[in-house]
Write a protein that binds this ligand. Structure first.
Ligand SMILES: Cc1ncc(COP(=O)(O)O)c(C=O)c1O
Length: 385
């Protein structure tokens, strides 16, 4: 939980600043009370600057960010939205909540969307693709973007696990029409709960901004109670407390990523000495956020045994193999909408299952005991022998 590891006095001071200046916890208005403190607005501006975009919108969670993104692109009943088999349930929940049909694409050995399978799934009902940069490694985003452009389909990047990563120096989340981020307790930076969207098009930003606030356009020429409106919406607003923490956390993002990259390098360096494992594919030009190091053993049993050995060494794994069902669409029989239009989906996702069932994901943190790479190597060697 990298963001959580670096929480310190800076976050506290940002919060204190609110309570010393009017204690306004709502993101806008009450101008006479707040002594020019607008924490959410500042967090959005700082985030937009870091991502080299014009517009960012803070929301209450990463799941909310996805739901707002779909609303801003007018995606609704009758539309199909393609996402990938390996993601958190939230990606599909947002599609279901928007009343569109989720369509599930296989992953390849990068553990992200397989562009070849994506091409096969596109049809006249396809309105958008949600590509996920899963667990710190960029999706094959340039190829996916080309496919979307060729088919006139919106591209949303679920960057919940990729905040601060890039491909050829362009930040993840800024390739498509909208990028979404999560700041929940497990993410690279955290506000407890929270999310962000970045936009290519200002009009889409304005739509999203209104939709996340009941349709309020926050028209500066009228008071909020007389505000102008053109659409319905919902309440996905971020609070000033979250915004304050976000301002401080954002300043620590590069420190978090640099440390994680170094720690990942040190662990991989040890594991590369073992012949019988292979590693996740990393697309060319990637700058990873390095949330996890994922490698493959030759069977599901060995992957599970490896976790047991890691636990014995006082270490753990992250999502794979233990929580794979929460992150693999073929197992989500509780979400009936996934299977309604494709009853044979479970079989169609066999290529993904084959890859995921042999994978082990080692969490990477900001702070690491120097013996950890050796312990991990020992656990893997014990599993293999
Ligand atoms: C890929 C992905 N998308 C979206 C989310 C949802 O984010 P949040 O927990 O902030 O709602 C998560 C959360 O883990 C995630 O892993």
């Amino acid at each position: 939980m990298p963001g959580n590891e670096v929480i310190g006095k800076e976050e506290f001071e940002e919060i204190q600043d609110i309570f010393q200046n009017g204690s306004v916890l709502f993101r806008s208005g009450f101008d006479n009370l707040r002594n020019n403190r607008y924490k959410v607005k500042k967090f959005e501006n700082d985030f937009a600057l870091l991502m080299s975009v014009e517009n960012a919108l803070a929301v209450s969670s990463g799941t909310a960010a996805l739901r707002v993104a779909l609303a801003a692109l007018d995606i609704s009943e009758g539309d199909e939205v393609i996402t990938q088999s390996f993601t958190f349930v939230a990606t599909v929940e947002a599609i279901v909540e928007s009343r569109a049909t989720p369509v599930i694409c296989n992953i390849n050995k990068s553990l992200n969307m397989d562009p070849d399978n994506l091409k096969d799934l596109i049809n006249p009902r396809t309105k958008a693709v949600i590509a996920v940069h899963m667990l710190g490694v960029p999706a094959n985003i340039k190829e996916i973007k080309k496919i979307c452009d060729n088919n006139n389909i919106f591209l949303i990047e679920d960057t919940a696990w990729g905040c601060g990563g890039s491909v050829n120096n362009k930040k993840l989340g800024t390739f498509g029409d909208i990028g979404t981020y999560s700041f929940d307790f497990a993410k690279t930076i955290t506000t407890g709960e929270g999310g962000m969207l970045v936009f290519k098009d200002k009009k889409v930003f304005e739509k999203a901004s209104a939709w996340h606030d009941h349709g309020h356009e926050n028209n500066p020429s009228v008071p909020r109670w007389a505000d102008t409106r053109q659409s319905s919406g919902f309440n996905f607003r971020m609070t000033e407390l979250q915004g304050a923490v976000g301002i401080a956390q954002l300043k620590k993002l590069s420190h978090v990523i640099e440390n994680q990259r170094l720690n990942k390098f040190l662990i991989k360096n040890e594991l590369e000495k073992i012949d019988d494992i292979s590693f996740r594919d990393i697309p060319k030009g990637s700058y990873e956020t390095a949330d996890a190091l994922i490698f493959f053993l030759d069977s599901k049993e060995r992957a599970n045994n490896c976790r047991e050995e890691l636990l014995k060494q006082g270490l753990g794994t992250k999502i794979l193999p233990e929580a794979y069902t929460w992150h693999f669409a073929a197992t989500w029989t509780h979400i009936k909408e996934i299977f309604e239009e494709n009853p044979k989906l479970v079989d169609d996702l066999n290529p993904s299952r084959d890859i995921l069932s042999k994978a082990v994901s080692v969490p990477i943190g900001v702070n690491m005991n120097k013996n950890v790479p050796q312990y991990i190597k020992n656990a893997v060697l014990k599993t293999i022998n």
